[in-house]
Write a protein that binds this ligand. Sequence first.
Ligand code: C2E
Ligand code: MG
Ligand code: MG
Ligand code: MG
Length: 273
Amino acid sequence: EAKRNGRNRYEDFRIEMDAAARKRRLVELDLRDAITCNQLRLYYQPITDAKHDAVIGYEALMRWHHPQNGLIMPIDFIPIAEETGLIHSLGSFALHEACREATTWAGNQTVAVNLSPIQFKNSGLVSVVESALASSGLSPERLEVEITESVLLDNTLGNVGTLRKLKALGVRIALDDFGTGYSSLSYLRSFPFDKIKIDRSFINDMQDSPEALAIIRAITGMSRSLAIQTTAEGVETDEQFRRLKEEGCSLFQGYFFGRPQPSESRLLGFAPV
Ligand code: C2E
Ligand code: MG
Ligand code: MG
Ligand code: MG
């Protein structure tokens, strides 16, 4: 049984690995072009307040419009960008583009940009943020950066110092995907976050899982004591929205309110994609 078409399990494994490595290499080569050939786009997803009567901001989410392969989602290129170092260029593009875009909005909504932990290895990160603000003229309070707790795991790099410098510029700092990974209450002591985003997995499970609901309750209770705003991610139904309001969440994001969409269609009022 070990032999299939004369190959053993190890050979099967190696052939799969080679295919994966080839695919990675292709993506890496194409991704270099993506930056220079203008194939990267930011889509914007609305974030609303508890009354659902005001969009207080948008999260910028990257998409890759590949000339042959069509729309590529972050999960299929961000990890490769991180491994190859291309994330520094992608990240700089996102910061500049999001700040520029936000200055065209009629209201004073905030724009949230995701930062990869790898971007913190670049000592120039603070200058990139400064330059995005300066060249767009966006008021720093309208820019929010989203980080995950992995940024705080490595103390040796002085990441907390970098966060402090960003905060000193007036930029808001949000802790993304809270509750997953190694999320620990002690992270909330290492830095004064402006916002905690409760990971979508808890919102997804809250109706069937008392544990998920208990965790949401613990996060909102703790955030209230620390005077930190909470955003519920991945809100898909009116019922979830209602329950999360009862639990004291302050801000809401998810398909129920709107999908990420390109700024052009947002302005033209097209249906969400
Ligand atoms: P994230 O920062 O946690 O972003 C939220 C993700 O949840 C987005 O996925 C969004 O489309 C999705 N989402 C929002 N509402 C709902 C909902 O109601 N239901 C469901 N099922 N999903 C919802 P997306 O756009 O695929 O991005 C995935 C991740 O890729 C992001 O997670 C973020 O970690 C990363 N990412 C996206 N853009 C960038 C970027 O410009 N730079 C960096 N470093 N990472 C990015
Ligand atoms: Mg995010
Ligand atoms: Mg998130
Ligand atoms: Mg997430």
